[in-house]
Design a protein around this ligand. Structure first.
Ligand SMILES: Nc1ncnc2c1ncn2[C@@H]1O[C@H](COP(=O)(O)OP(=O)(O)O)[C@@H](O)[C@H]1O
Ligand SMILES: [Mg+2]
Length: 250
């Protein structure tokens, strides 16, 4: 009897590992992050499928940004695992990890962090220049992606010459230009009025529907969270609730 149970356990463990490697675009397992005695992320596991848009909501201080930074490779957990497209990202050597992050993950923050002296198109070119893409190709890809986010007529504008919504679209274009597998956004509309916030969320949906991008997004806006496929609620470092949207394809 024990043998049969052990066999089943072995079988299910393998199915789970294969799923983590091949099915989930992102697989995070039992992440823990402490600052001295304070546990900011307390045993979080989550899976995200390719093309899915998930949101993380919860009170300020719940650990949402810390979690996003860990799954995006910007911060290290004390323990746990993160696989993106099957790659065990946290255990890559530093240089490989930076390269993996630059090619696979795009970040969008509440404050756009655009370079003020650079035009929209130059700001979008920055990740390509870092990667060593040639000037001509970089400009052509940046133009294409700025057109996709509706800014084809603003290529030469500096950030100060753009509205808040347009600045955030440039930041989204910059996050997309390396064709990442996943875009991680930390309160991307927190600084926008409701019309601009709505339009940025619609842009995320459009990008997912057209190009199959995957999004993990922290938001305080309940209506906008409800537009996503799944909503995770985080409190005191843990995911305490997970709700699937009625419209979800996943
Ligand atoms: N570098 C740090 N050192 C100490 N405490 C930190 C650090 N970063 C975040 N924290 C604490 O961790 C908690 C969670 O922070 P954060 O992940 O930013 O939460 P959220 O994004 O949900 O508002 C907060 O109480 C914050 O003060
Ligand atoms: Mg935060």
């Amino acid at each position: 009897m024990n043998k049969i149970i052990a066999r089943f356990a072995w079988y299910f463990a393998h199915i789970y590992i294969l799923k983590a490697v091949f099915l989930f675009m992102l697989h995070a397992d039992n992440l823990i992050k402490k600052y001295s005695t304070f546990t900011v992320v307390n045993g979080v596991s989550l899976n995200v499928e390719k093309g899915e848009i998930v949101s993380i909501v919860g009170p300020s201080g719940a650990g949402k940004s810390t979690l996003l930074h860990i799954v995006g490779g910007l911060d290290k957990p004390d323990s746990g695992r993160v696989r993106i497209n099957g790659v065990d990202m946290l255990h890559l050597p530093a240089k490989k990890q930076a390269h993996f992050r630059n090619s696979n993950i795009g970040f969008v923050f509440q404050f756009h962090h655009l370079l003020p002296e650079f035009s929209a198109i130059e700001n979008v070119c920055v990740p390509l220049w870092i990667k060593g893409t040639g000037k001509k190709e970089a400009l052509s890809r940046a133009t294409e992606i700025l057109e996709t986010v509706g800014l084809g007529g603003r290529l030469q504008h500096k950030p100060s010459e753009l509205s808040g919504g347009e600045q955030q679209r440039v930041a989204i274009a910059r996050a997309l230009v390396n064709k990442p597998s996943v875009i991680m956004a930390d309160e991307p509309t927190g600084n926008l009025d409701s019309a601009n916030a709505q339009s940025v969320h619609e842009l995320f949906l459009q990008l997912r529907d057209t190009f199959g991008h995957t999004f993990i997004m922290i938001t305080h806006n309940e209506a906008l969270a409800n537009m996503t496929d799944r909503i995770f609620t985080m409190r005191d470092g843990k995911i305490v609730d997970e709700v699937k949207s009625l419209n979800s394809r996943f």
